[in-house]
Design a protein around this ligand. Structure first.
Ligand SMILES: Cc1ncc(COP(=O)(O)O)c(C=O)c1O
Length: 457
């Protein structure tokens, strides 16, 4: 057990090493050097019989681990849909970790439970969602989709007189799940976890941008859940959720929106038109660890019908303070015990404010357009309409694309991923980091174009 001065020395050393890492994150290679990746094998050892000095443990982590990290938090990481972490959220995350609160029950964690409630209310306001919607902080959009669809399952079955919480799905009346050909795989995973089955779905057709084609929407009859999307993971395109709601809500269907990153468009007056009519849906899932740039992990589920989410998630036990006037966070999440991840959201929004949040979203989109413009000008084909922060570019045939993308990742100036869009291999650029500047875009473009030209394309 360290005494006070050892505790101070250890935590100061951790802060110092973290600061050094973050200071270098603008200039360091994005992909780690191959020898650093090989060196992580030094972690692989038998469990030591006796313990080590805490500062040695920290040093080992930093000395071996830090060089082997991909600089996801830096301004030239454009892989998947990965935000960085705003400095304020790293700082408040450290303090929250030091508090080590289990935020399941309000009465025992009043500070963090209140901060989470404020953060939820702010997001409900930013996205224009119903004021009394239930919200819950979970690990990411995967679990946010799962949680919202669990609420959907309870409500839709309750409406036809079946208590799915009590009686499960065996022998339950049939229910139709409508997804699209472009629904994110995590929604299928959620459907599997919820007992619906990943494949027992009706697929709505999509257009060339991956949006549900409302003209070819399947007929609705009987109890139905419709899964829509705000922000296609490849193109950034939005399903016409407003129109879908108008079509299916009068027939009693539940409409869910997977807005892992796209829902943040609603926080920008310049982009909110993309989310027109989304507020008419019944549930929404998003991530804060993507576009709000808070540390991993942080997703959020919103459900219009408070009771539907609570009926799926709440538990009671004599030893738990479940009968309380206050809002117990664990009444709305799959977990009972968890970290207070909502504090990171509170810190980001408190620091950015409404305007700063909109600016951050707009900046990423404008940088995405800068990428698209320069790549088109250089003679390469941009495969999507760049409506948000995603750019798909093709340098030629599939093999050429893969060779160029591998080389871009290896070279280290920036990092972009590979995808297959409507049968064509392409490079995916996702601009999500708060700190990416136009200079970072230009520097990345220089590296990308030099590599593409080396391949004679
Ligand atoms: C549209 C969409 N839904 C869900 C997810 C899953 O999010 P997470 O990895 O945070 O669970 C993603 C991830 O990129 C996504 O783009």
């Amino acid at each position: 057990m360290p005494d006070k001065s050892e505790l101070r020395a250890l935590l100061s050393e951790a802060a110092e090493r973290s600061i050094r890492y973050r200071e270098n994150s603008v200039e360091r290679r994005v992909a780690p050097a191959p020898e650093a990746v090989v060196a992580v094998e030094r972690f692989v050892e038998p469990l030591p019989d006796s313990g080590s000095d805490d500062t040695d443990v920290l040093a080992m982590l930093d000395d071996i681990g830090s060089p082997a990290t991909v600089t996801m938090t830096g301004p030239r990481y454009f892989g998947f849909v990965i935000g960085g972490s705003l400095p304020v959220t790293v700082a408040t995350n450290w303090l929250t970790t030091a508090w080590d609160q289990n935020v399941g029950m309000h009465e025992v964690t009043p500070a963090t439970a209140t901060l989470e409630r404020v953060a939820m209310d702010w997001m409900i306001d930013l996205f224009g969602l119903p004021k009394n919607a239930a919200a819950s902080f979970v690990t990411g959009a995967t679990v946010a989709n799962f949680s919202a669809l669990a609420a959907a399952r309870n409500r839709v079955f309750a409406d036809i007189g079946w208590n799915v919480e009590a009686d499960g799905l065996i022998g339950a009346p049939p229910l139709t799940i409508i997804v699209s050909e472009e629904t994110h795989p995590t929604v299928f995973k959620s459907l599997g976890l919820l007992g619906f089955g990943r494949n027992r779905v009706v697929k709505a057709a999509v257009d060339e941008q991956g949006r549900i084609d409302i003209g070819r929407f399947p007929d609705i009859g009987g109890p139905t859940i419709v899964c829509t999307q705000a922000g296609n993971v490849n193109t950034g395109a939005f399903d016409p959720v407003g129109e879908i709601c108008e079509l299916v809500k009068p027939k009693g269907a539940w409409v869910h929106v997977d807005g892992a990153f796209g829902l943040w468009a609603a926080a920008s007056p310049d982009l909110e038109h993309l989310c027109d009519g989304f507020q008419a849906a019944d549930s929404w899932a998003t991530d804060a660890h993507k576009w709000l740039n808070v540390p991993y992990d942080c997703g959020v589920a919103f459900v219009r019908d408070n009771e539907a989410l609570k009926s799926a998630m709440a538990i009671t036990a004599e030893y738990l303070m479940t009968e309380t006037e206050s809002r117990n966070p664990s009444d709305f999440t799959p977990e009972l015990s968890r970290r207070a991840r909502g504090v990171d959201v509170w810190a980001a929004l408190r620091s950015l404010g409404r305007q700063g949040t909109a600016d951050m979203i707009n900046r990423c989109c404008s940088n995405a357009r800068r990428f698209a413009g320069a790549l088109t000008e250089a003679g390469y084909e941009v495969l999507n309409d760049v409506v948000l922060n995603q750019v798909l570019v093709s340098f030629g045939d599939d093999a050429t694309n893969r060779t160029i993308i591998d080389e871009i990742q290896r070279e280290g100036t920036c990092w972009c991923g590979v995808t297959v869009w409507q049968g064509r291999t392409a490079m995916r650029i996702s601009v999500c980091n708060w700190s990416t500047t136009t200079e970072d875009v230009d520097r990345s473009l220089d590296a990308i174009l030099a590599i593409a030209r080396q391949q004679n394309y």
